[in-house]
Ligand binder design. Sequence first.
Ligand SMILES: [Ca+2]
Ligand SMILES: [Ca+2]
Length: 161
Amino acid sequence: MWIDADRDGIQDEGEAPVEGVEVTLLDSDGEVVATTVTDADGYYVFTDLPISTEFTIEFPTTITVNGETYPLTTAGAGSDTGLDSNPDQNTGRYSFTTPATGENSGEPGQADMPTIDAGYTPPEPQMPVTGTDGALTLVGLAAGLVLAGMVLAMLRRRTPA
Ligand SMILES: [Ca+2]
Ligand SMILES: [Ca+2]
């Protein structure tokens, strides 16, 4: 699990792992099978799963970092499944079927399905007022002045000489 600082949906060099986030494993009936929490390296693992069985992993749809809400990043970005984020941004869920064979190792780097991961993006920065925004505001203001001028002109015409 990691912070997708540049919001490209890909785990890039230098993007920080996320520790202490709960990950839930559900069976095909939606029942909770197990929960775990990511470690300091953003790593989590579920072991002793039956082979060739459908499961769903549920990640939080948002996490809180320094008091700010970080939503899930785009799923399935790029071409490397080892570097993309898997869960649906709206549900936090990703379904898969366990392989027919495996090592059942809980060691980092030795998992049978090592590519199911989740990235979270920092909130969009508050954009400063740009030239475009300023121009739009000026146009709006100018239109308002024209309208005010028309109203004044009408009032003048109605004023008796
Ligand atoms: Ca990234
Ligand atoms: Ca992935």
